[in-house]
Ligand binder design. Sequence first.
Ligand code: ZN
Ligand code: ZN
Length: 275
Amino acid sequence: MPVDKNKPTHKIKVMDIGDIGGVDASFLVNKYSPGKPITVPCYSFLIVSETAPPIVVDTGVKEDQLDIMARLGMTCTQRPDQKLSYQLAKYGLDFNDIEVVLHTHLHIDHAGNDRLFPKAKIIFPRKELMFAVADMMDEQYPAEYITYLVEQIHVPGKVRLIDYPMELFPGIMLEPDEGHTWGSMNIKINTKQGLAIMCGDVIYSQRLQCFENEIFPEIGKHAAHSAFSFGDRSTGNYWNLWAAKAGVQKVMAEADIVLPIHDPMVVQKYGYEIG
Ligand SMILES: [Zn+2]
Ligand SMILES: [Zn+2]
């Protein structure tokens, strides 16, 4: 999708905020090598530009309680240089500078540090909060995170729950999508390099889900015979298989720059600064 010349462009910084271990390969890609543990990165994104305040997308695993991942049989490690404060400081920012926190969804590795951003308005789809409180995906929605967000709803101006696509600032679109959880959200950013879509966990591994997979070779065959990537294998962690596949298709069809939260391909392809 070409850059919209009528809209301003924005820059995206990839913040590497931890590594998640003990993830079963079949959790990442549906039915792929069950029993094989994999370690994946955990990113957060910083959006900066002259036409919008600094925005953070997803806040990672709770920094003072990393062992919360044990509830899923997983681990999280975070070097000092992976702490959010360090990552923001790389760009001359601290928590007080962030005016907006967006969430692709509220899972345990995406919404753990919202309370560190005292001045930020927190924005995500209303459906995601409804889903999170309804005991649908177990400890992927820790009580510590969700009760905090419910309380913040009662602080005037702190939480904005959205129900439809909206343009937050020119060139920054928020689009509720049911691809990974019922209330997941794609965040679409106009950049000089094209349209970037932060798609949360709709895609864990772009390569294995869309381009080449030794267990499911049809993915590579389809991709090789198509002008656009054809693979739409879902992750193994989904609430609705049809929605999960549709979510992959949508992102792959629309994005010039695909930005999942746990896919090392992001940094391999673009480095830490985009646009
Ligand atoms: Zn998730
Ligand atoms: Zn995740």
